[in-house]
Write a protein that binds this ligand. Structure first.
Ligand SMILES: [Zn+2]
Length: 436
């Protein structure tokens, strides 16, 4: 039996919590009336230690994290299904009002006097003029008013800085969060606590590390970070970001109510997309897209968005067919629909028939009760979940270990109760025990 050191750097630890039905915060104001006390189902796990590579894989299979809790919504049993989306940073085209938000903010930071004087003192180079003529340049515009890049004298109206810092707790960050929760989310002051803030936005299982994309290039940070916006030394906004091998993943964003008029939602989205582009992360993940939730639809306004097919984990454009299908029904798997077209008429008829009532226990509360009573998740047909056969055949169980108290045991050496069964059946039984 191979012993593994607990602090081994490239090892991730997951503690399964299980499948449960629960209340949904997203559609509470929706007119559909679909929300009940248990209108969505989710699978949960806890992690104190997770490599950025493992988390990237989880995110690309529909998972997200909140603090150290990892969760995967059962999109089939959900009042407002959550779809993972991503924006390829290099093809991002900002809309007119997104561009205006950045230009307006830059103008406020620099001030009219600075803009006039600086234009005389530092005439634009040919390249700068050409760039301006070609339209909006995301990277130069996003950094235009930052104190580290502006030319002085003259002095701008305000000193604006944006820094990437470890996701550690500070009183300043907490007070900003508290202001945001009370003013934007209308929480009661007594509901916002330091402990809650730490757990939600300063507690990450991700292992912080760095890498170089090219020899001699700058080190690229990976892990959980706070992107802090400071105006004249005061923390006015903060993005909580997971920097992963191929994306900048936005976890949360807060801004002070004094700056409500500046469209900080747009400013932060553009800045995070710019970080993905300039630092080589490639994609910007804005969190789940919820088509039925008016408050979440804005994410679709950052284009082009790709959506993760919940069954095949392929990325398909959010526009067009996928979006129009979402207008008709809340659960959509485009890849599954396309697959139907290729099959024989008999199989198609059978599948269409299944489509009418394809899943056992469609209600989240019933499904969760069945799991609590011993039904396996495999029998629920949760979208995107591998079958036991697929896991037994494709996953090397020797590379996955179970931690029982302080002992680490490779799963491959575990023997389930029915030791007379075939090796494949034994593997499947073990997988059922671990998952349930
Ligand atoms: Zn909902």
């Amino acid at each position: 039996m191979q012993a593994l050191a607990l602090d081994e750097r490239d090892v991730s630890f997951l503690r399964p919590i299980g499948y449960q039905a629960e209340d949904c915060g997203y559609c509470k104001d929706a007119p559909s009336g679909r929300r009940t006390k248990q209108s969505r189902a989710c699978y949960y796990a806890l992690s104190k230690k997770l490599t950025v590579d493992d988390y990237q894989e989880l995110v690309d299979r529909g998972w997200r994290r909140s603090g150290t809790t990892l969760y995967k919504p059962d999109v089939r049993r959900h009042c407002c299904p959550h779809y993972t989306i991503r924006l390829p940073a290099s093809s991002f085209k900002a809309t007119r009002d997104q561009r205006q938000a950045v230009n307006r903010w830059n103008k406020y930071v620099l001030g009219e006097d600075y803009i006039k004087e600086a234009a005389k003192k530092y005439p634009k180079t040919k390249e700068e003029k050409a760039r301006q003529k070609n339209g909006f340049d995301l990277l130069s515009t996003i950094h235009e008013a930052e104190s580290t890049v502006i030319k002085s004298p003259p002095e701008p109206a305000h000193k604006f800085e944006v820094t990437l810092e470890p996701d550690s707790f500070s009183k300043e960050k907490y007070l900003l969060f508290k202001n945001y929760q009370i003013n934007v989310h209308h929480e009661k002051p007594s509901e916002v606590t330091e402990k809650g803030f730490k757990r939600f936005l300063c507690d990450s299982p991700l292992q912080r590390t760095t890498r170089r994309l090219l020899e001699g290039s700058e080190e690229q940070p990976l892990g959980s970070y706070h992107q802090c916006y400071r105006l004249d030394g005061r923390l006015i906004a903060m993005g909580v970001l997971d920097l992963l091998p191929h994306c900048v993943s936005g976890v949360y964003f807060v801004y002070h109510s004094d700056f409500e008029q500046w469209s900080f939602g747009k400013l932060s989205a553009l800045r995070e997309a710019a970080l993905a582009l300039e630092a080589g992360y490639k994609y910007y993940y804005m969190g789940y897209y919820i088509h039925d939730c008016v408050k979440m639809r804005y994410k679709g306004h950052y284009k082009p968005q790709h959506v993760l097919d919940p069954e095949t984990y392929e990325w398909v454009p959010l526009d067009g067919e996928f979006a129009s299908l979402l207008d008709q029904k809340s659960y959509v798997s485009l890849a599954q629909k396309k697959g139907l077209k290729k099959e024989t008429p008999e199989a198609e008829a059978e599948k269409l028939d299944e489509d009418a009532d394809p899943f056992p226990l469609p209600l989240p509360a019933d499904a969760a009760a069945a799991v609590a009573a011993g039904t396996s998740l495999f029998d629920l047909k949760v979208p995107g979940l591998m079958t036991e056969e697929e896991i037994a055949e494709t996953v090397d169980l020797d590379k996955i270990s179970l931690q029982v108290q302080r002992r680490i045991i490779p799963m491959g050496v575990c023997t389930p109760s029915s030791s007379t069964a075939s090796p494949l059946a034994q593997k499947k039984e073990l997988i059922r025990v671990v998952v349930s």
